[in-house]
Design a protein around this ligand. Structure first.
Ligand SMILES: NC(=O)C1=CN([C@@H]2O[C@H](COP(=O)(O)OP(=O)(O)OC[C@H]3O[C@@H](n4cnc5c(N)ncnc54)[C@H](OP(=O)(O)O)[C@@H]3O)[C@@H](O)[C@H]2O)C=CC1
Ligand SMILES: O=C1O[C@H](COP(=O)(O)O)[C@@H](O)[C@H](O)[C@H]1O
Length: 488
């Protein structure tokens, strides 16, 4: 940890779903790995009338459930970092209480702190206003972490950003997209820019199309209140899938510094061809899961999930096609797909190359010779290249093999995305956080789809839970020989 490491961490929404599933387990694992600075103070801010003891009981329950490798010994150590502060996020008195706790003895100003907003998006601005009114914005090293979604369309994102900037400087704002904390996503940069032969073929001359899939077997769990308003396009495509797309498509940055990377990502987003109103259906398809079977369990359809509005047409599946109109990618479709209640939790980037100009090996049936693929799986982690070799025997037949470039060796540490990103916030490294122009341009890309779907309130196609989505998902593909690659 360097001198810029901030060792006061306040979690707004410490009793919420995100805190329980992601933030608290991540902090716990950092502690177990010896990466949490010993002086780190974590303030769990919540409205429940609790003291430290009641908080610790809650914390234990959540970690037993969600933190892998939980042990009572580590837990006892971990608890020493915490202090529970009871407060209402709209109540100025609560911020005075926080101020007192975060101000060292003998000083009148609080030490720099990290404020993590794991709260409903509608509460982001009120909390930021309260923090500013309580004087927390004066210390340049104080950091605000904003969860997604950052707005729910272009206009609301601009307004939210404007409000944030009234109180905090851009350098203080960390917009999180946890997909950027996934090691294999970062590996895209290494794969592309540390391997000369790869970069040489990474363009329209060799690549036929790119597929980005984020599949989840889970449903919406207890998040209907949020999800039924948001849907998969806002929840996943505008942020996680767009971020992956930028890393696949960007030009080499001059360095790995935050702004160098972000400049290149923005160039990609700006080069995405706008989808005209009349072409939304040719570019994007939405669907909703019906009842079905996943891992031998019957699961209800989205319409029957608790909290979902009657006749809701919120999409739980999106397939979309984008073109990047620049020298590298012109004419290469980028197909993006995400959905809940698909057969497995798996995410991937699949790059399909063009056909060889000549098919020499005619003893192999033509339909068995596919172009080559590069297959990068985020979950489970793997990186493979599919090429052809000769089938042993007298005939000149070929068959595909996978070169496995999966890189993790036995016993090598696996940091969860939130662990990596929390460390970055503490250390002030913004490379894996989102600059506002990225958010803005990503909204510009998806806004025409949002608007078109917003007008279609009567009907949505369904797919059985446990399937790979509706058959119509191939409709957006350009060529007959293109198909969604489910097996990676
Ligand atoms: N859950 C997830 O998987 C993900 C969530 N996110 C984002 O993270 C954020 C949090 O989401 P999530 O955890 O699901 O939401 P939850 O609704 O589960 O949690 C909201 C939290 O805010 C607290 N809260 C609400 N109102 C007040 C108030 N007036 N005063 C004090 N505390 C209050 C709640 O306290 P109480 O428990 O007492 O109600 C709870 O701790 C959202 O922006 C969401 O979009 C992003 C990615 C994934
Ligand atoms: O941001 C979100 O991400 C999760 C999926 O994250 P993962 O790391 O488990 O792949 C998704 O379930 C949720 O709906 C969305 O808000």
């Amino acid at each position: 940890m360097d001198e810029h490491c901030i060792c006061q961490f306040v979690i707004f929404g410490s009793t919420g779903d995100l805190a329980s599933k992601k933030l608290l387990p991540a902090l716990y694992h950092l502690k177990c790995a010896g990466r949490l600075p010993p002086e780190m103070r974590i303030i769990a801010f919540g409205r429940r009338p609790w003291n430290d003891k009641a908080w610790q009981e809650f914390l234990k329950e959540q970690l037993e459930h969600y933190a892998e490798g939980f042990t009572a010994d580590h837990f006892a150590d971990f608890c020493t970092h915490f202090h529970y502060v009871e407060g209402e996020i709209h109540d100025p008195a609560a911020y005075q209480k926080l101020r007192k706790i975060l101000t060292p003895k003998g000083s009148t100003e609080p030490d720099p702190s990290i404020f993590y907003l794991a709260i409903r998006p509608a509460d982001f601005v009120p909390v930021v206003q309260q923090l500013s009114a309580a004087g927390f914005n004066k210390e340049a090293d104080t950091r605000i972490v904003i969860e997604k979604p950052f707005g729910d369309d272009l206009e609301s994102a601009m307004q939210l950003n404007e409000q944030l900037h009234r109180h905090f400087k851009e350098e203080q704002i960390y917009r999180i997209d946890h997909y950027l904390g996934k090691e294999i996503v970062q590996n895209l940069l290494v794969f592309r820019f540390a391997n000369l032969p790869i970069e040489a073929i990474w363009n329209r001359n060799y690549i036929d199309h790119v597929q980005i899939t984020v599949a989840e077997s889970g449903g919406i769990e207890n998040r209907a209140g949020y999800y039924d308003q948001a849907g998969a396009l806002r929840d996943m495509v505008q942020n996680h899938l767009m971020q992956i797309l930028t890393l696949v498509a960007m030009e080499p940055p001059p360095s790995l510094e935050a702004d160098a990377l972000r400049d290149e990502k923005v160039k990609v987003l700006r080069s995405i061809r706008p989808i005209p109103k009349s072409a939304v259906h040719a570019h994007a398809l939405r669907a909703q899961y019906g009842p079905g079977v996943i891992e031998e369990q019957h699961v209800p359809g989205y319409a029957d999930e608790a909290g979902v509005a009657k006749n809701s047409v919120t999409e739980t599946f999106v397939a979309a096609k984008f073109y990047i109109d620049n020298w590298r990618w012109r004419g290469v479709p980028f197909y993006l797909r995400t959905g809940k209640r698909l057969p497995a939790k798996t995410s991937s980037v699949a790059i399909r190359f063009r056909h060889t100009p000549q098919q020499l090996f005619r003893e192999t049936p033509i339909e068995r010779i596919e172009p080559n693929w590069i297959l990068l799986s985020l979950e489970p982690e793997s990186l493979k290249i599919e090429i052809y070799v000769k089938e042993p025997g007298l005939e000149m037949r070929v068959r595909p093999v996978q070169l496995n470039a999966s890189y993790r060796r036995d016993g090598e540490e696996e940091l969860d995305a939130y662990e990596a990103l929390l460390l970055d916030v503490m250390e002030g490294d913004k490379a894996l956080f989102i600059r506002f122009d990225e958010v803005e341009w990503a909204w510009r890309v998806v806004d025409p789809i949002i608007k078109a779907w917003g007008r279609e309130v009567d009907y949505i196609i369904t797919y059985p839970a446990g399937s790979w989505g509706p058959d119509e998902a191939t409709r957006i593909m350009d060529k007959e020989d293109q198909y969604w690659r489910n097996q990676i």
